[in-house]
Design a protein around this ligand. Structure first.
Ligand code: NAP
Length: 471
């Protein structure tokens, strides 16, 4: 496919392959954008800003709702594209398209809700003749940089609100998975978005990222990806609004009164979907000693029953990781944990880019497995004594994106919600829950700012204060 700049589908000076993670074979190419392409895209987006200003909120709503209709029509192709370029199983690929449809629908609705408010200036002494109100306006150009693991819906979470708010947007999708973003761009153009209001630059973030985020015409950078790149962008962007949706190593606490069947189902769904490559995957199961053996006994056969293999086949539960090198990394981390005293209960065997879903027991807090983000199909299990130690362990991380607890005790559940430092707190549900309308974003090194169309629109607009000095 070509990239989309300056109102045209464009080739670059060179190309890169898009590789199917399961077969390891290239099946498509996209251009490698160069620095001149960044300049052209941002110049064009500046004209896109003017074109967007000419649209009413209702126009923006209608464009996004037409995009929803087209997404529904193209659901199968988009789902297969996601699976082919990212490697998640086809049921998850199609689910991602359905979620994208919801994300764009909610974004369309937010186009109608850009409210200001009147400010009672006469409440300040001596201001009886002042009248004030606020207006919410688009920032201008939004740069949207996305990761590989949800190549459609995480682009939609940036592009939908950007358009709803009246901005022009420059997308830089992950190099592993550029096709879904290009197809979403096609959908939006077919839905009637002004040509220069959207640009989609494919190519290496390391080569063009600094130029994109440091450009002074850009007023907002919204990034989803790793903590390392997020930190770099935050420094390089300078005085701009930034949203950072970064990684995590989410904890799931199991207390003695937990419903074990529910806990196991939640651990499997939250630990192994998309081969564990989800920012809110359960990585650390923190289990009360009194039910530690029961938990492992109940979890292990269910994990062993997960089938791995070709993600296009309906019967397969867990597909490949995005790159073989990532599968090797996961294999190494598991071996390192075992070397340091953890016990491999099941899985962890690698074939190409596919890693058998793994359960590690007796994982210690100081192991890399507990400290960093694994982003792979393995759950580490650690025994604790009681709620206080469980919360202490859950918080013993630099991340804070999602956490879960299983208990029937309301006091323990509330203590967890109040004391665990995390953006999402799930009570009797797994860490991997996201409804696309909810405010979503991490604490600590998991990032800053929130996504979810209503919240992203706020982050992609400026509030202006108007003061009428009456006489
Ligand atoms: P990544 O390596 O950080 O890449 C993310 C994006 O940043 C890609 O488009 C990448 O382009 C680009 N990039 C690389 N270097 C750049 C630079 N110097 N300047 C600007 N952009 C640059 O992350 P990933 O491996 O794709 O995704 C996995 C990470 O995303 C995990 O840490 C995961 O937890 C996190 N994540 C967070 C959320 C959330 O909502 N909090 C959701 C999903 C994923 P290239 O591909 O060309 O390198």
């Amino acid at each position: 496919m070509k990239m989309y700049i300056n109102g045209n589908w464009t080739s670059g000076a060179s190309e890169m392959d898009v590789v199917n993670p399961y077969t390891g074979q290239p099946f498509e190419t996209v251009p490698l954008a160069a620095l001149e392409d960044v300049e052209r895209a941002i110049d064009s987006a500046s004209r896109g800003v003017v074109a967007m200003r000419a649209l009413s909120a209702f126009d923006r709503y209608e464009i996004l709702m037409r995009a929803v209709d087209l997404l529904k029509e193209r659901r199968q192709d988009l789902g297969e594209t996601i699976t082919r370029e990212e490697g998640k199983v086809i049921s998850e690929g199609l689910l991602e398209v359905d979620r994208c449809i919801q994300t764009i629908t909610w974004s369309a609705e937010e186009a109608k809700r850009l409210y200001g408010e009147t400010i009672p200036l006469d409440a300040a002494p001596g201001n009886e003749m002042k009248f004030g109100f606020t207006v919410r306006v688009p920032v201008g150009i939004v740069v949207a940089i996305s990761p590989f693991n949800f190549p459609l819906n995480l682009v939609a979470h940036k592009v939908g609100p950007a358009i709803a708010a009246g901005n022009a947007v420059v997308i830089k999708p992950a190099s592993d998975t550029p096709l879904s973003a290009l197809k979403l761009t096609e959908v939006l153009l077919d839905a009637g978005l002004p040509a220069e209001a959207i640009q989609c630059l494919t190519g290496s973030g390391a080569a063009i990222g600094d130029a994109l985020v440091s450009n002074p015409a850009v007023r907002k950078v919204t990034f989803t990806g790793s903590q390392e790149i997020g930190e770099r962008i935050t420094h390089t962007a300078g005085l701009k609004k930034v949203t950072m949706e970064l990684g995590s190593n989410s904890p799931l606490i199991v207390l003695p009164d937990a419903d074990m069947e529910k806990v196991v189902a939640a651990t499997v769904q939250s630990g192994y979907s998309n081969a564990g490559q989800v920012c809110i995957s359960t990585q650390r199961a923190i289990v009360d000693k009194s039910v530690y053996a029961d938990y492992l006994d109940a979890l292990t056969p269910v994990v062993e029953s997960l089938s791995t293999g070709d993600p296009m086949k309906d019967a397969v539960n867990v597909g490949p990781m995005v790159r073989e090198s990532d599968a090797e990394r996961v294999e190494n981390w598991i071996q390192e944990a075992v070397g340091a005293g953890a016990k491999l209960v099941t899985g962890g065997i690698r074939e190409g880019a596919v890693v058998r879903p793994a359960v590690l027991a007796d994982v210690k807090q100081d192991m890399r497995f507990s400290r960093d983000e694994l982003f792979g199909p393995a759950v580490g299990v650690t025994p604790v004594s009681g709620i206080n130690e469980a919360i202490k362990f859950a918080n013993d991380t630099r991340f804070g994106l999602s956490a879960a607890i299983f208990t029937e005790n309301i006091d323990d559940a509330l203590k967890f919600a109040l004391e665990v430092d995390s953006g999402n707190l799930n009570i009797n549900g797994g860490t991997q829950f996201r409804a696309d309308l909810m405010p979503y974003g991490g604490l600590k090194d998991s990032g800053m700012g929130k996504e979810g169309p209503r919240y992203a629109v706020e982050e992609m607009t400026e509030l202006k204060m108007v003061i009428v000095h009456r006489s």
